[in-house]
Design a protein around this ligand. Structure first.
Ligand code: PGA
Length: 256
């Protein structure tokens, strides 16, 4: 069975005190026996302190929200994958639509970020997803296929197997309008077919594919019930401990 993953993408939110109170409240509210891997993706400056809080728990992990496409050197303000690895970060989000759109990160740059992550033993959480106009014009499947092919599929099969794919339709992120379960299942099944055609059926069924975009406790049960959904990438609802705990609980129940 594929592992279930729920990642909290805090984006550029919370001051230090609030961030630590949030992580403590989530940890305090978790069941001892958890089947889900819960991943915190705080801003860079909080990573180390969050690590100290999560490292005693085997089901909790740490993600960075981004990394540089460069290995190191004169890149003022950037953070390398090797720095992240050296403090114990497990995952890195690559290709979030906010980075693609607002920071103009191209498919080529994202492919390099994936390379830096893999070289430094970080697991990429590779985001893909269409805009509303892509969907309206029926291009959503082709857009996601192209993002995967250009950003991720240069990896050999043994490295693809280690990645996590996050399907995040741009129109659903931060809007309060989540994709409908049928839309999510259609895309996740399509992603597995693309993986199967490019690599193998075995790889297609091994790679976790998670959904992101306005996930809430009110809408996530029907999304988590989809056969090809292995969890979620949660933005807004991960900033409130009880909301995030409720989503974790609903993912746990979908496994049972
Ligand atoms: P949202 O963000 O849950 O606030 O829509 C999800 C994401 O951007 O990863």
């Amino acid at each position: 069975m594929r592992k279930k993953i729920l990642a909290a993408n805090w984006k550029m939110n919370l001051n230090f005190a609030r961030a630590m109170a949030l992580v403590d409240a989530v940890i305090h509210g978790l069941d001892d026996s958890l089947n889900t891997e819960v991943v915190f993706a705080p801003p860079f400056v909080y990573l180390h302190e969050v690590l100290l809080h999560v490292q005693r728990h085997s089901n909790l992990s740490l993600a960075a929200q981004n990394c540089s496409e460069h290995s190191g050197g004169a890149f003022t303000g950037e953070i390398s994958a090797s720095m992240l690895g050296s403090i114990g970060v497990d995952y890195v989000i690559v290709g979030h639509s906010e980075r693609r759109i607002q920071f103009h990160e191209s498919d080529d740059v994202l492919a390099e970020k994936v390379n830096r992550a893999i070289e430094n033993f970080l697991i990429p959480i590779f985001c893909c997803g269409e805009t509303s106009s892509d969907r309206d014009s029926g291009k959503h499947l082709a857009i996601v296929q192209s993002q995967l092919e250009k950003g991720l599929f240069h990896l050999p099969a043994d490295k693809i197997r280690e990645c996590i794919i996050a399907y995040e339709p741009v129109w659903a992120i931060g809007t309060g309008v989540n994709a409908q379960p049928e839309q999510v299942q259609e895309m996740h099944a399509a992603i597995r077919k693309i993986l199967s055609d490019k690599f193998s059926a075995e790889i297609a069924s091994a790679v976790p594919v998670i959904y992101g975009g306005s996930i809430s406790a009110a809408n996530c049960a029907s999304i988590f019930a989809c056969a090809d959904v292995d969890g979620g990438l949660v933005g807004g609802a991960s900033l409130k401990a009880q909301d995030f705990l409720d989503i974790i609980q609903l993912l746990e129940e979908s496994i049972a």
